[in-house]
Design a protein around this ligand. Structure first.
Ligand SMILES: [Zn+2]
Length: 217
């Protein structure tokens, strides 16, 4: 078993993790094993290239993370179905009382691409249903950019996906309550993987503005 190349790689990786976070005296886990108090709940895409802990260079205990296809938050629907995202939201907001919720979208998102080209994904069992909740993003883009290039339309749709997730967060009564009673803040981020830039959704102007510019070439 331990000769499997993937497990070998994981063993080496875990040893490096151990060295950083467990071996030093008074290491971070001495405190963290007593409980977590993350600075933020972040909803990010499952895409292997956009891990928020790596992209934002956070340490263990910093972020409570939900990842799914296209970083979507479904609306508040209290029924008997299995709500993975809503359960994690509930735990982070009502139990851990996180002070911030961040939705982080990204460029070249496969989920958003499948939403914009839905007919090519008709054979999917789950993906098109999941992405269907963001249909408004596609409609907004088709309305705003009827003549846009594919690239422009995808980027706009990725950004609309973030807005829709933020709107859906506000449909949860205990999120609205926490916003009023303890200043829970909602934020939108967009990781432009193409050029290595981070954008922030300015909620006053409803526009994405560069927060960290691409590296100078
Ligand atoms: Zn994605």
């Amino acid at each position: 078993m331990d000769s499997h190349p993937l497990l070998k790689r994981f063993s080496a990786g875990f040893q490096r993790f151990q060295k950083s976070w467990y071996c030093p005296e008074n290491n971070l886990y001495a405190e963290l094993r007593e409980g977590q108090k993350p600075h933020a709940l972040i909803i990010a895409c499952s895409d292997s290239r956009v891990d928020p802990v790596q992209v934002l260079d956070c340490t263990p205990g910093d972020l409570f993370v939900i990842r799914n296809v296209a970083n979507l938050v479904p609306p508040y629907e209290p029924d008997a179905h299995y709500h993975g995202v809503s359960s994690a939201l509930e735990y982070a907001v009502r139990h851990l009382r996180v002070p911030n919720i961040v939705v982080m979208g990204h460029a070249h998102c496969g989920g958003i691409n499948s939403l914009m080209h839905a007919s090519e994904h008709d054979h999917d069992e789950f993906l098109n249903v999941w992405m269907g909740q963001a249909q408004r993003a596609r409609t907004e883009v088709e309305h705003a950019l009827p003549d846009g290039t594919t690239e422009e339309r995808l980027r706009a749709c990725e950004m609309w996906g973030i807005r829709i997730s933020l709107d859906n967060l506000r449909t949860f009564p205990w999120i609205r309550e926490a916003m009023q009673e303890r200043n829970l803040a909602l934020h939108g981020l967009y990781f432009d993987m193409g050029i290595g830039e981070l954008l922030y959704l300015d909620q006053e102007t409803d526009t994405f503005v560069p927060m960290v510019r691409a590296c100078a070439s």
